[in-house]
Design a protein around this ligand. Structure first.
Ligand SMILES: [Zn+2]
Length: 96
């Protein structure tokens, strides 16, 4: 098992679609249904970052990859998501 999956630190999970925030360990987040690394995707690589209830079709990743938009065409919220993603895991770390 990838060592980062055993990480018990608490991270700040932000849904890029609805804005929901939860403070969880990576395993707790995965079990609740969050789409976040290290279980889904990789830190620093743009892919959906969603809560258990939101659709990946509304993410920055979908806009870029599925809808062929460029970064300038994204909403401010989507741009923020990209900045947060490329700065992971530091951007979601909580001081434990
Ligand atoms: Zn959501």
């Amino acid at each position: 098992m990838n060592e980062s999956k055993l990480d018990n630190h608490i991270y700040r999970y932000v849904c890029e679609v609805c804005g929901k925030v939860e403070y969880l360990s990576p395993k707790e987040a995965y079990e609740k249904g969050w789409d976040y690394p290290p279980f889904i995707g990789e830190y620093g690589i743009v892919s959906p970052r969603t809560c258990p209830y939101c659709d990946m079709m509304d993410t920055a990743w979908a806009a870029l990859v599925l809808h062929g938009k460029n970064v300038r065409e994204l909403s401010d919220k989507q741009k923020e998501a990209i900045i947060r993603i490329i700065n992971e895991p530091g951007s979601i770390e909580v001081i434990n």
